[in-house]
Design a protein around this ligand. Structure first.
Ligand SMILES: NC(=O)c1ccc[n+]([C@@H]2O[C@H](COP(=O)([O-])OP(=O)(O)OC[C@H]3O[C@@H](n4cnc5c(N)ncnc54)[C@H](O)[C@@H]3O)[C@@H](O)[C@H]2O)c1
Ligand SMILES: O=C(O)[C@H](O)CO
Length: 333
């Protein structure tokens, strides 16, 4: 059995994976050799950032399971793969603590005008300006999976109202006032002072925040995107910031990555940009390997791995989140 990897593992990670699959040959393809090696794989663990020739992989008819090292599967959810009988597992929820911290950084950075004070610091300028409070605000979370749930849990001590929408609006935690289905997105936008995007990018969500939808947001609201850039039409966001419809945006992700040097977002003082680092803490690879090994052991033992996302195989369902509210599966670690 050959396991092909495509993510930056250290020797200790390779040893951990080998211990989970003692009889397997483990090959670390890296981005450079992924297209050469993937058709020879029985199992793929990783996340290809380069275009993969999935037709060739499917024609080889060898691959039996995919474990993504990313939560967002927009790269590998090509129809042929997701509709095949190869189970595809995401890293949904795995990076929720990191992504929630990044959301906090962007949220308080915007409310407390941190970029402005950092600029003033450079000129030894100690002028005071009023800043905004989180207290008393309504926070709307769009996409209530692993990341959305962790954000709401971490925000629960504040005196705020939280509402959310999700494709599967079930298991509403006590800190949330409302958990609505996706068709109530506009209601959420009309009520929220801060909108946090934690939904996946797919055919239904691409460009969902276009000019019309942004116009449904409260005037002077803040928008934070820690999901995928392409859920927002960037030109519409630029216009809404210019008109004041949106008071500020915190973006960990952008439509094009890296964000083009010519983008007007760079120079907007109401925008904080981070280069898609929400999940990039020092724990990321350790966490990914832990999940891969839990699932590898399950797969080899003939058990269902966690976080399968193929719809025709009966997924996703609300318990797919590996490190979310709805599973206790860390026992398997
Ligand atoms: N910034 C980063 O570094 C970073 C890190 C991890 C994940 N992400 C992105 O965040 C997304 C969410 O990650 P997660 O771990 O919470 O995944 P998840 O699968 O646990 O959660 C996504 C949730 O969104 C819901 N959803 C699907 N379509 C929706 C829609 N149209 N409207 C509202 N909700 C919808 C799903 O039902 C699910 O509950 C990923 O798909 C990925 O693109 C970004
Ligand atoms: O989806 C994820 O896991 C992060 O955005 C990194 O790709």
């Amino acid at each position: 059995m050959r396991i092909v990897l495509c993510f930056p593992v250290l020797d200790k990670h390779l040893q951990q994976i080998q211990a989970a699959a003692p009889d397997a040959e483990i090959v670390n393809a890296g981005q450079e050799r992924i297209n050469e090696l993937l058709p020879t794989a029985d199992i793929f663990i990783g996340h290809a950032k380069v275009p993969v020739d999935w037709d060739r992989v499917l024609r080889a008819n060898k691959l039996r399971w995919i474990q993504s090292s990313a939560a967002g599967l927009d790269h590998c959810l090509v129809p042929g793969v997701i509709e095949s009988d190869i189970p595809v597992c995401s890293a949904s929820g795995l990076f929720a603590p990191q992504v929630a911290e990044q959301t906090f950084a962007l949220l308080f950075g915007l409310l407390r005008q941190i970029p402005l004070f950092i600029r003033a610091e450079r000129t030894r300028d100690f002028s005071r300006l009023p800043t905004d409070d989180l207290r008393g605000k309504t926070v709307g979370i769009v996409g209530f999976g692993g990341n959305g749930r962790m954000i709401s849990r971490m925000l629960s001590p504040w005196e705020i109202r939280m509402i959310a929408t999700d494709y599967y609006p079930v298991d509403k935690p006590a800190e949330l006032a409302e958990l609505w289905p996706v068709d109530r997105l506009d209601d959420l936008l009309g009520l929220s002072d801060i909108v946090i995007l934690t939904l996946p990018l797919n055919a239904e969500t691409v460009g969902v925040f276009d000019a019309q939808r942004i116009a449904k947001m409260r005037s002077g609201a803040y928008l934070i995107n820690v999901a995928r850039g392409a859920v927002i039409v960037e030109s519409a966001l630029v216009a809404a910031l210019a008109s004041g419809q949106i008071a500020g945006a915190g973006l960990d992700v952008t439509e094009e990555e890296p964000l083009a040097a010519t983008s007007l977002l760079w120079d907007d003082p109401k925008v904080i940009i981070t280069p898609h680092v929400g999940a990039q803490s020092y724990c990321r690879v350790d966490d990914t390997v832990d999940l891969a090994c839990v699932n590898l052991r399950r797969f080899l033992a003939g058990k269902e791995p966690y976080n399968i996302v193929n719809k025709h195989l009966g997924f996703p369902h609300p318990s797919v989140v590996y490190r979310g509210e709805s599973t206790a599966n860390n026992d398997d670690r």
